[in-house]
Design a protein around this ligand. Structure first.
Ligand code: UT7
Length: 335
């Protein structure tokens, strides 16, 4: 029996900083509304021509993670790539990373679980390592949201929230089964699939139909979010899935050294913090700087928490996410 443990972490965000004031030049919004409702002060957006894409940002984060793991690209046995904004409808970003990083013909798998994507990717990689099949698996979460958002007032409730960026981790075999990823807990509820979704173009409504069937001002190629409904479900599921993970490992809330919640909204993280009576030091948030980067938010936050010395060997680290699907998930890690 093996466990898997995180041996390297990396992040990459585009240089272009977009403040709330910048957005208020494009739509009817303001810094006060955005900060009060979400906690976000600024986010990063890819700039046309800056050489970034979802796969390329993922590869940049991965390069750092592999180096920090003390490995080379040739040591990686598999890639698991989580995103909701792939460069192409198909193929997925995983194969692009395999090529960009000059890796051997290793398997590359794309995960389509949105905000929970990174934890689903981690749980998948963990199983390949636990089974003994692979030794080092590269997991990436990366998003290019800015390319697909509606930056007019019509899209303001969604477009002010999301940002671009990537995070990566190397998961490696660990022979001491009291360390590393202790367990992961994955859930979905497709009943609410369309409450946070991007419907078109799709096989249901391909491009010609999309244009023909929808008025020009309402073509559904922008994301839709039923914000309050998502918020209400998020706070319940975050709490449930964290408790599920702790109970499975006979741990209590007081055993949490660091909670890394998916950076959906600072108010959601604060709700969870208050509910579990955690201190500010026990919950890592960086949504203020990057907005919601969906599948990239946990690996970016985990990387920054580790870089800032907030995660030490022996710590109990809890990852938790909720989002489109609905999907939600947690992982309990003994660092
Ligand atoms: O990561 C995946 C999971 N996602 C989430 O967990 C997100 C969950 N939802 C949320 O975080 C919040 O629902 C939002 C931040 C998206 C919205 O906050 P809210 O407090 O639920 O606002 P609301 O949608 O109810 O809108 C309140 C008002 C509306 O105006 P009226 O109808 O009261 O006149 C909106 O039109 O705020 C207006 N509004 C804005 N005003 C200024 C919506 N977006 C904006 C904006 N700037 N950007």
């Amino acid at each position: 029996m093996y466990n898997s443990k995180i041996t390297g972490l990396g992040k990459y965000v585009p240089e272009n900083v977009v403040t709330n004031d910048d957005l208020s030049q494009l739509m009817d919004t303001n810094d006060e509304w955005i900060q009060e409702r979400t906690g976000i002060k600024e986010r990063r957006h890819i700039k046309k021509g800056d050489g970034n894409s979802t796969a390329k940002m993922g590869a940049k984060a991965a390069e750092i993670a592999i180096k920090r793991a003390g490995l080379t690209n040739n040591d990686i046995d598999m890639i698991v790539f989580a995103t909701l904004s792939p460069d192409y409808y198909f193929p997925g970003c995983g194969v692009q990373v395999q090529h960009l990083m000059g890796m051997d013909t290793i398997p590359a798998l794309d995960v389509r679980n949105q905000c929970s994507g990174f934890i689903y990717a981690l749980a998948t990689a963990d199983q390949f390592i636990k089974s003994g099949m692979y030794k080092n698996v590269l997991i990436i979460g990366s998003e290019n949201h800015s390319g697909g958002l509606d930056f007019t007032t019509r899209g303001r409730s969604v477009s002010v929230i999301f940002g671009d960026g990537a995070g990566a981790a190397v998961l490696s075999r660990e022979e001491d089964t009291s360390k590393g990823v202790l367990s992961s807990h994955l859930h979905s509820q497709g009943e609410h699939a369309l409450e946070l979704s991007l419907k078109g173009p799709s096989t249901e409504q391909w491009v010609p139909e999309l244009i023909e069937n929808n008025p020009q001002e309402n073509i559904p190629y922008y994301p839709y979010m039923n914000g309050q409904f998502v918020f209400k479900n998020a706070v319940v599921r975050f709490s449930e899935v964290i408790m599920e993970g702790l109970e499975k490992n006979n741990l209590n809330v007081t055993d949490i050294d660091m909670l890394i919640p998916h950076q959906a909204n600072l108010r959601i993280s604060q709700f969870v913090q208050k509910k579990f009576k955690l201190t500010e030091d026990q919950v890592f948030n960086n949504i203020q700087k990057y907005g919601n980067t969906t599948a990239a938010s946990i690996p970016i936050a985990l990387t920054e928490a580790w870089e800032n010395g907030k995660i030490k060997e022996g710590d109990t680290v809890v990852l938790a996410a909720f989002g489109s699907g609905f999907t939600w998930a947690s992982s309990i890690i003994k660092w």
